[in-house]
Design a protein around this ligand. Sequence first.
Ligand SMILES: O=P(O)(O)OC[C@H]1O[C@H](OP(=O)(O)OP(=O)(O)O)[C@H](O)[C@@H]1O
Ligand SMILES: Nc1nc2[nH]cnc2c(=O)[nH]1
Ligand SMILES: [Mg+2]
Length: 168
Amino acid sequence: MSDRLPHEKGFHVSWDQLHRDARALAWRLDGKGPDEGNWRAVVGITRGGLVPAAIVARELDIRKVDTISVKSYSHQEQREAKVIKPTQPDIMENGGEGVLIVDDLVDTGNTLKLVRELFPKAQFATVYAKPKGAPLVDTYITEVSQDTWIFFPWDMALQYVQPYRGTE
Ligand SMILES: O=P(O)(O)OC[C@H]1O[C@H](OP(=O)(O)OP(=O)(O)O)[C@H](O)[C@@H]1O
Ligand SMILES: Nc1nc2[nH]cnc2c(=O)[nH]1
Ligand SMILES: [Mg+2]
């Protein structure tokens, strides 16, 4: 069992909000790459990093997009982080220098710690960050408290809610 449960609060992110926040991340990273402001590739940490990585790659016109698959959670329970699919070998050259690594969020930092060992010279960016993991990210957009669980649009559906004042 994780010592991170239960989460007191929920932060529910819509597709629209995620798109805005991922664009804001791209805006912040624009022109900051080592080669005349450019990065040589974007790597999304699957699965959560896939959508933000695609948005950042589109905004910054980065055509080389790869993935690294890391699994560390089963629903809200944390397990040991494991790489279950690496990137192409050329992405790892020179410690990942010039590579932008994108994830949806950093929580405890376990996932990024593992990926940073593989890419010590890469730039790390997430859309959201919790305080414990925030020092492991170079750039992020929004910080939420450690006792908040972030719900992404792909984990939610529209549904009816009761009005605050019931009709008895
Ligand atoms: O900072 P940490 O405590 O390591 O947590 C952050 C990681 O947890 C989630 O991934 P998860 O392992 O749930 O897999 P998923 O991206 O496939 O949903 C999230 O997408 C981050 O990658
Ligand atoms: N969806 C989601 N996955 C996570 N993995 C670690 N923390 C979180 C979180 O707050 N939300
Ligand atoms: Mg993930």
